[in-house]
Design a protein around this ligand. Structure first.
Ligand code: ATP
Length: 264
């Protein structure tokens, strides 16, 4: 590979919305999200931290995200919003749309699984983990979000066995110019984050619903293994709740720590 993650070159390839981003690349770290969260009070600009290898990637609710050097894209973007932290609830959906739209530029079709997964051929290709903070000396109407993304380029048999669920990977992504790939992803993210700040989730609900993996399908909502709801998946509403038509009528589910599964 000729171009392997050079901050200056990634910056030069970014579109204008991403011009302010401070780009950093590290050989290895535990979790890019953890690193940026720890650095937050001192960050002067939006910061993109890319790890060539990540050893303790995080998912929601203490779950882990597995990756391997040269076989995954693992990065986090710390972004400051002029919005209170509670206004960021729908952000994972907007980020899913941004990643899907960036991957579509490379002719990679994906669908979105509520609230935070990117699927290819029905299997998980990328994960999104957003951790937000109103820490530090921020004014009350502003907050930081650390947006962590992992995208599989290749998954070994042993990693697939460890994950224990069907996963997707796009091996030829590793053959692309990695700086160009990262610049495309960072630009799509920055454009969506600016739009989210100005227009809220309303600018993304139709786009999300057009990418919805389970529209019209039978699904269940699970809480720690316990069945909470079952019915027919509709889509998301303008505040990011997942709408399901159940025997008792239409319900709207908040993300929290519940999980969506296709009905078996
Ligand atoms: P939900 O379905 O509720 O979104 P989830 O099980 O997908 O929950 P997340 O926190 O979104 O949980 O993601 C972490 C999970 O993703 C892990 O528990 C594991 O099942 C799966 N996983 C971990 N690494 C990978 C990977 N590289 N590719 C695909 N899936 C992975």
């Amino acid at each position: 590979m000729t171009h392997t993650l050079t901050p200056g070159r990634i910056a030069a390839l970014c579109r204008p919305a991403a011009a302010r981003i401070d780009i950093r690349v590290v050989e290895q770290t535990g979790s890019t999200n953890a690193d940026l969260l720890a650095a937050l009070p001192g960050l002067a600009a939006p910061t993109l931290l890319i790890a060539k290898a990540q050893t303790a990637g995080r998912g929601r609710a203490g779950r882990s995200w597995l990756s391997a050097a040269g076989k995954s894209l693992t990065f986090s973007l710390a972004w400051k919003f002029s919005l209170p932290v509670h206004a960021l609830v729908g952000l994972p959906l907007a980020v899913g749309v941004a990643i899907a739209e960036a991957l579509a530029m490379f002719q990679i079709p994906v669908k979105l699984k509520w609230p935070n997964d990117v699927l290819h051929d029905g299997r998980k290709l990328a994960g999104i983990l957003i951790e937000s903070a109103s820490a530090g000396k921020l004014p009350p109407d502003s907050s930081w979000a650390v947006i962590g993304i992992g995208i599989n380029m290749a998954v070994s048999d042993s990693m697939a066995a460890e994950i224990g669920r069907p996963v997707a990977a796009i091996p030829w992504l590793a053959d692309l110019d990695q700086d160009m790939l990262m610049a495309t992803l960072a630009s799509a993210l920055a454009e969506s984050l600016l739009q989210f700040e100005q227009e809220g989730l309303a600018a993304f609900t139709q786009r999300w619903n057009a990418l919805h993996a389970y529209a019209g399908q039978a699904v269940t909502i699970i809480d720690n293994g316990r069945l909470l709801h079952e019915g027919t998946a509709q889509g998301v509403d303008e505040i990011g709740r997942f709408l399901i038509d159940t025997a008792a009528g239409r319900i709207a589910v908040m993300a929290g720590d519940v999980s969506l599964r296709p009905k078996e």
